[in-house]
Design a protein around this ligand. Structure first.
Ligand code: SAJ
Length: 433
């Protein structure tokens, strides 16, 4: 193993480059800088580079004041010049891994990042991939690409996979409090990676290979998509059977072991849960295994906006209001509560469906003052007491904590509560999922 690199990591003199300054990369860069490592952020988005330099955070979990402090101390340096990779000891890749089509990975960003690393690779560098990807990526794609440089993994090149586990907006579990899984392409790479992350994260869990680390991440996220799909199916089942699914969930939660609550809604949004499990589905199928659970849960979840639109139509018909004459207000358009992120938001899908069915669809979300997304170009309505009564149905789609649900309940004519914000309220004008 490179004793020199080991010493530099242990003494926190190792220069660390983070490629991709999004919700994973920026917190990582900041936490290494806080521990006095020399760090450099590589980012292709000029707006992000400008904002970091001006100490203006665009990531919920990184306060602007943290950037200001680190910039003042000249602890962070960001650039789009990938040649800077020639001067570092460690490179951590944190780029997006979206889907190309419904069940097909798009590793374009990852491949571009790895090729940039290869073009600037130096002897005894440690390269770590944090981007969620299918089992085998590190060994089958990243290793061969980097070895085109002539360097050899575990000899004069070190390579590992360590999945990001950020939960955006989670105030309890920030990056340094979430156990870090590490899987080296070999034992030397694993050991160097363990030493590195132990400098900023309380617990590091080392597994035998990069593939195990890649798979562990996908197990975590598939666990979520499957259980969310299941509870959404239970919600539809309970409605058909005249049972209150929310009461049933609260009852099941009283079991102190062997049960973990999930909640129905419009399906899954965000940068991870809709996509990551399908990386596993794709790879498993390529290796001859068809994961029915992943595909089924992805289909159930993506069906929810259609199901909810159908419920809205039924609710209005019961009140002699044809949906084509109806004015609908969607409250909450982000992909989950208390985050300012629209990526793959199911609320957007619901609004697109309703726009084709209703006379008018508006939205209110205090986090999103205006919406230019997909083929929507809208402005959030003002949350005045006059607003809510102007609509035939107000749909609570995302349960942001800041929304004034009391005012909505007082002035709205009809409410379709998808997230059970009115859990203790029994009123004929409040209909639940
Ligand atoms: N959702 C439900 N019902 C639930 C839980 C979630 O409908 O009971 C929906 C949310 O509204 C959202 C989607 O699922 O649209 C994903 O929610 P999430 O809570 O999984 O949050 P993400 O995608 O921002 O972050 C997740 C992490 N969250 C948690 O573990 C709580 C974690 O799975 C990963 O660290 C992260 O994805 C990632 O980066 O992979």
């Amino acid at each position: 193993m490179s004793d020199q690199l080991k010493k530099r990591i242990k003494s926190k003199r190792a220069r660390i480059a983070v490629i991709g300054l999004g919700y994973v990369g920026l917190p990582l860069l900041v936490n290494f800088a806080k521990k006095d490592f020399p760090v450099i952020g590589l980012e292709t988005d000029q707006d992000r580079l400008d904002k970091v330099k001006r100490s203006v955070s665009y990531i919920l979990d990184v306060p602007s004041r943290t950037l200001k402090l680190l910039n003042k101390k000249k602890r962070i340096f960001v650039t789009n010049e990938f040649e800077q990779l020639q001067s570092v000891d460690v490179v951590i890749i944190c780029v997006p891994t979206p889907l190309k089509r419904k069940y097909t990975p798009d590793i374009t960003y990852l491949l571009e990042a790895v090729q940039a690393v290869r073009r600037n690779l130096q002897k005894d560098q440690l390269v770590i991939c944090e981007s969620t990807t299918y089992p085998g990526t590190t060994g089958e794609l990243i290793k061969p690409e980097l070895e085109k440089s002539g360097l050899v993994a575990e000899k004069n090149l070190y390579l590992a996979f360590s999945p990001e586990r950020i939960d955006p907006g989670n105030k309890t579990y920030g990056l340094t409090k979430i156990t870090k899984i590490v899987g080296g392409i070999g034992p030397k790479s694993g050991e160097l990676t363990r030493l590195l992350y132990e400098k900023i994260i309380k617990k590091v869990h080392v597994v035998s290979s990069a593939r195990s680390a890649e798979m562990a991440k996908l197990l975590e996220n598939s666990f979520r998509i499957i259980n969310i799909g299941w509870i959404n199916e239970v919600a539809m089942m309970c409605h058909q059977m005249g049972i209150d699914v929310w009461e049933v969930i609260e009852a099941a939660k009283t079991k102190p072991f062997g049960y973990m609550p999930f909640y129905p809604g419009l399906g899954v949004g965000g940068h991870c849960i809709p996509d990551d499990p399908l990386y596993l589905f794709w790879k498993a199928r390529a290796q001859g295994f068809n994961s029915r659970f992943i595909k089924l849960s992805a289909d159930v979840n993506s069906h929810m906006p259609v199901y909810v639109a159908g419920r809205i139509k039924d609710i209005l018909i019961e009140r002699n209001k044809p949906i084509r004459e109806a004015r609908i207000l969607i409250v909450g358009v982000t992909y989950k509560k208390n985050v300012k992120d629209l990526r793959k938001s199911p609320s957007i899908k619901l609004m697109e469906i309703l726009q084709a069915l209703c006379h008018r669809v508006d939205y209110y979300d205090s986090h999103i003052p205006f919406l230019k997304f997909a083929n929507l170009d809208m402005v959030s309505v003002e949350p005045t007491f006059k607003t809510w009564g102007q609509y035939d149905c107000v749909v609570i789609a995302v349960d942001h904590s800041k929304t004034n649900y009391g005012m909505i309940k007082k002035h709205a004519r009809l409410i379709f509560d998808i997230r059970n914000v009115y859990k203790r309220v029994n009123h004929p004008k409040i209909i639940k999922l």
